[in-house]
Design a binder for this molecule. Structure first.
Ligand SMILES: *Cc1c(COP(=O)(O)O)cnc(C)c1O
Length: 382
């Protein structure tokens, strides 16, 4: 019986990045111990299946270097990224790890894969031919994933193409070290496509005996264990996004965002706030102007939606359009003095978790995370 990967003690530093706390418009806190715990919880849940980690897009905006180091300490041995350059960064932090590059192999990228000791995920027959040519001419045998499409229709070889590869594998060696596919609807457990994808993947795997298989993303881990195969590939759940929408979130929150009040303004009844004058004060109002905007990842499309911030434990509504560096919040109902110039207000944290913020912004927690700006003072707690 395989044991869960063993963790090693964390050195426990707090690292910071970006402008100083005093200068920044906001403070982004990334709780690496929560990411560590989320990884461990998933690793234990899927045992004896291996738990990899997806750290593409700067580890979903949380900081690829810090997150890779924390996940390595948690026992993670296989990482998935989207780009070769992300693989290079993972390699620096995780010298022994297996690294797969989901966006695949491009002509001319061979030497980059060799240098990073990374494995491309081959996503089409054309890519496979180019990969074959590269390994034939270079003699490289670092391995590659093979992506079979089971219903997502995004990347991957068709079932027929994949079956043909399996036949040819008896005489040709493509260096395939992983057969993978990807769920389209794993966050909707009753969606019929899930069972179809599990079934098709199981069938195609019978042609690849001895090659490890990988199908499940975060939400896939909360479907039937028949989705686990040999390696699962969670991303969002590690960072605290709920992999089971509509049910209580089994993951720990890992992100907090607090932003600074630049000033409190008195706005008379019938006056408007912000670009386009889209919000009109129906009463004499107090408006807090906050030092963060769409350049910091606070999606402008959210202005039209109903978006809250937490101030002194109370929900207050954003008003008017979000601008590039600023947004406005109606604080009329707060006690005088509850919020003042220099106060910090919560944009992500507490009841404003990533999924709530995503819904209020007309998007999903994934996009909130991967949009997190780079002007914040960043604090990685471990
Ligand atoms: C991004 C991605 C994942 C991780 O998905 P989550 O829903 O964030 O867990 C897994 N596999 C592939 C192919 C991906 O592109």
């Amino acid at each position: 019986m395989a044991r869960p990967p063993q963790s090693t003690a964390s050195p426990n530093p707090v690292t910071t990045g970006g402008p100083s706390e005093a200068e920044a418009g906001g403070i982004l806190t990334i709780d690496l111990s929560a990411i560590f715990d989320n990884y461990r919880a998933l690793a234990v849940k899927v045992m004896p299946t291996e738990c990899a980690a997806v750290v593409k897009a700067d580890a979903y905006g949380c900081g690829l270097d810090q997150v890779t180091a924390a996940l390595s300490r948690a026992g993670c041995k296989t990482f998935f990224v989207a780009h070769l350059d992300e693989a290079r960064r993972v390699r620096k932090l995780a010298p022994e790890a297996v690294i797969y590059v989901l966006n695949g192999f491009a002509v001319g990228s061979g030497p980059g894969f060799v240098e990073a000791y990374a494995r491309p995920v081959i996503n089409s027959s054309v890519e496979l031919a180019e990969w074959d040519q590269f390994i034939a001419t270079s003699g490289w045998n670092g391995g590659a994933g093979l992506h079979v499409d089971t219903g997502m229709n995004r990347l991957g070889l068709s079932l027929d193409e994949t079956a043909a590869v399996a036949v040819r594998m008896q005489s040709e060696n493509h260096g395939i070290t992983l057969l993978m596919s990807h769920f389209a609807c794993a966050d909707q457990p009753r969606h019929p496509l899930n069972d179809q994808q599990i079934r098709q993947f199981r069938e195609i795997r019978t042609l690849f005996r001895g090659t490890p298989g990988s199908l499940a993303n975060s939400s896939g881990i909360f479907l039937d264990p028949s989705a686990y195969c040999d390696i699962v590939r969670p991303g969002a759940a590690l960072y605290g996004v709920n992999p089971t929408p509509g049910r209580p979130n089994p993951m720990k929150p890992a992100i907090g965002l607090q932003c600074r009040v630049l000033q409190i303004r008195s706005v008379p009844r019938n006056a408007t706030v912000g670009y386009g004058a889209t919000w009109t004060a129906k009463r004499a109002s107090r408006i807090a102007v906050i030092a963060a905007g769409y350049a910091d990842g606070l999606l402008r499309a959210a202005s039209a939606a109903e978006r809250d911030v937490l101030i002194a434990g109370k929900r207050c509504r954003m008003v008017g359009r979000i601008s590039m560096d600023l947004l406005a919040v109606d604080v009329t109902d707060l006690a005088e003095g509850a919020v003042r110039r220099g106060s910090l207000v919560t944009l992500i944290g507490g009841e404003l978790d990533l999924d709530t913020v995503g819904a209020q912004s007309g998007t999903i927690g994934y996009e909130v995370l991967s949009s997190l700006g780079h002007r914040y003072h960043r604090v990685w707690k471990s």
